[in-house]
Design a protein around this ligand. Structure first.
Ligand code: IDP
Ligand code: MG
Length: 139
């Protein structure tokens, strides 16, 4: 089923100049880019985006990290793209994410203890719809 997902190249990825490489992998897989925008997230935007993590021990450091620079917000479309991009991204911890994945090939949780793992991808159709609305209110 054709669906849409919200992908972020997080500030670590943008700063390291990996936006192009990550877009390349999304396109090489065959997904269509619907929207791409470099955007500096506010605390309010991040509270809406990371709704399910508010109150967790890593929430404050995560928001601080996500405000250290702009993120590249992407809406991609394709058959099972939600699941497919999470597979391209790899597991949350970049140190143990398998080679071949974005996090496994390009990330290594450095230089802080917060998981700077390069990308975000929506994890369900409901999250995708909410997150697309948060980053692209006009879509
Ligand atoms: P996901 O991005 O793989 O879906 P989530 O569990 O949704 O992982 O966590 C959201 C983000 O919060 C992660 O991508 C990572 O940046 C950060 N994070 C998750 N767990 C931890 C943790 O235990 N310590 C620090 N940061 C974490
Ligand atoms: Mg998540």
């Amino acid at each position: 089923m054709t669906e849409r997902t919200l992908i972020l190249v997080k500030p670590d990825g943008v700063k390291r100049g990996l936006s192009g490489e990550i877009l390349r992998r999304i396109e090489a897989k065959g997904y269509t880019l619907v929207a791409v925008e470099l955007k500096a997230a506010t605390a309010e935007l991040l509270a809406a985006h990371y709704e399910e993590h508010v109150g967790k021990p890593f929430y404050e450091p995560l928001v601080e990290f996500m405000m250290t620079g702009a993120s590249l917000a992407i809406v991609a479309e394709g058959d099972r793209v939600i699941e497919g991009f999470r597979s391209l991204a790899g597991p949350t911890d970049p140190t143990t994410a398998p080679p071949g994945t974005i996090r496994g090939d390009l990330g290594r949780q450095w230089p802080t203890t917060v998981l700077q793992n390069l990308v975000h991808g929506s994890d369900s159709p409901d999250s995708a719809e909410r997150e697309i609305g948060v980053w692209f209110p006009t879509l």
